[in-house]
Ligand binder design. Structure first.
Ligand code: NOJ
Length: 484
């Protein structure tokens, strides 16, 4: 057995990262349009004014996609292109652009997967408080409804929000992404909650317009894995992965799957008294949680790397079973110390060895996470999944023979996809895989310095050059993974 015939092989992108056309045809400004123009915010002042110019060159990109046999395209819509101020009049020219894009996909037998929000909030809404303002959730629901009604006959697959973890963690905590604010714990949680509310309201709006839609969202976060697949108690690994993820995310507490997927899939925020969000999460109204947990059809997972864990040596001196039991029965319970709580974990993170493999962005290369990630998420939430993003940044360049050779990326993909294949063969329901990204693009605050694409963009002239990895991926897709 290998990947099922229905497996969706695809590639992904996002509006601000590829489109350009930032000020054309009535588009409103987004928070990224203003943030990237603020001095010192992005690498060498790079911005998305022109980017890959997909706004004008999407046909060429779709042609390449078709030639490579990529049959699923995940892209996001620019909210401000469709509704310039986020909540008012619809900009017909904006819808026209996405009409051409969607029709272009369908004509080439490429299935469009629409992401509604990939970080480019209309600036007008930011000026009214952005995600701190509950009205933004309702404006998002209206936008979702307009889009869903418009595309109801042509598009079936939707993701509401891409990586809420980064929207809050990078945009409102670390302040390295737009809007670049640093909120205190209470306001950060409020923004987080409104983002989740926006998701839930949008699910309802899409479902109302397209009853048979397949709806998800894209989650990211740290995930633990082990090098063995036959460990006796994966639930211990899952628990350890959850507790350790906040440490691994160095203080960015939101950078884990549970704070997003517990409310979305289980209808409650995690009972985690150590978290700074917990005091606020406890007070959320049941009605909001019902909205947030409107049933979805799949979980999108953006997985790039994880952290290795190993079975902890038993420590006879530490017995906090009582503490753990009490914490389960009584969420308010404060473990004696955080350290003590973690000592009870059956798995602990393994130190990275000197010279461990890394990508150009210095992210660790950890293929096993593409087996363990879906497995742990499935065990916790029981929903089908798609890998909504996976890939690596390389220092790609044009070689003397005028081709772009990227053996690193091929090796990365080969290793990760073998792990994914093992998960699928064990019956873990991963139904699709999207490579991040289709073309090189604006890597947010890192600008054009980091290249994730299967297609190289020469930013001097916007020429597209398929890299070796594009041909490799094409072969894997054509064989439905049998060549791995
Ligand atoms: C996640 C984000 O969704 C995407 O926009 C970004 O470019 C990739 N990860 C790589 O950092």
């Amino acid at each position: 057995m290998s990947f099922p015939k229905t497996f969706s092989w695809g590639a992904a992108s996002a509006s601000y990262q590829i489109e350009g056309g930032a000020f054309e045809d009535g588009k409103g400004l987004s928070i990224w349009d203003s943030y990237s123009h603020r001095p010192g915010k992005t690498f060498n002042g790079h911005n998305g004014d022109i980017s890959c110019d997909a706004y004008h060159r999407f046909e060429e990109d779709l042609d390449l996609m078709q030639e490579l046999g990529i049959r699923n395209y995940r892209f996001s819509l620019s909210w401000a292109r469709i509704i310039p101020d986020g909540s008012g009049q619809v900009n017909q020219a904006g819808l026209d652009y996405y009409d051409k894009l969607v029709n272009g996909c369908l004509m080439r037998n490429i299935t469009p997967w629409i992401t509604l929000y990939h970080w480019d909030l209309p600036r007008a809404l930011y000026l009214k408080g952005g995600w701190l303002n509950r009205d933004t959730s309702h404006a998002f629901a209206r936008y979702a409804s307009i889009v869903a009604k418009h595309f109801s006959v042509r598009v079936k697959h939707f993701m509401t929000i891409n990586e809420p973890q980064c929207v809050i963690g990078l945009g409102h905590l670390d302040a390295v992404h737009a809007p670049g604010t640093r909120l205190g714990d209470e306001d950060m949680f409020l923004s987080w909650h409104h983002l989740l509310l926006a998701h839930g309201l949008a699910v309802k709006a899409i479902r109302a317009a397209i009853p048979k839609a397949s709806i998800g969202l894209a989650s990211t976060g740290k995930l633990g894995y082990t090098s063995r697949k036959d460990i006796p108690s994966p639930e211990d690994l899952s628990r350890a992965s959850f507790y350790t993820s906040r440490e691994e995310a160095s203080g960015n507490y939101y950078f884990n799957h549970q704070w997003l997927l517990d409310p979305v899939c289980l209808g409650h925020y995690p009972k985690d008294p150590v978290s700074p969000c917990y005091p606020y999460a406890r007070k959320v109204k049941a009605e909001d949680l019902r909205t947030i947990s409107a049933p979805i059809d799949f979980i999108g997972l953006n997985i790039y790397n994880g952290f290795e864990m190993e079975a902890a040596a038993p420590d006879p001196g530490t017995d906090d079973r009582e503490d753990r039991k009490q914490a389960e029965a009584e969420p308010e319970h404060q473990p004696k110390t955080k350290r003590k709580q973690e000592e009870a974990l059956a798995y602990v993170p393994v130190d990275k060895y000197p010279g461990y493999p890394r990508t150009a962005l210095k992210w660790p290369v950890t293929p096993e996470v593409l087996y363990w990630g879906p497995r742990l998420i499935y065990e916790r939430y029981g929903l089908p999944m798609v890998i909504a993003e996976n890939g690596q940044s390389c220092n790609d360049r044009i070689f003397l023979d005028e081709e772009v050779h990227d053996p690193d990326r091929i090796d990365f993909l080969h290793r990760y996809l073998l792990e994914l294949k093992a998960a699928v063969e064990e019956g873990i329901p991963v139904t699709g895989y999207f490579h991040w990204s289709f073309t090189d693009n604006l890597e947010w605050h890192s600008g054009y310095d980091d290249r994730f694409g299967l297609i190289y963009i020469d930013y001097r002239n916007l020429q597209r050059i398929p890299k070796d990895s594009a041909q490799w991926y094409s072969r894997i897709i054509r064989g439905n993974g049998s060549d791995l």
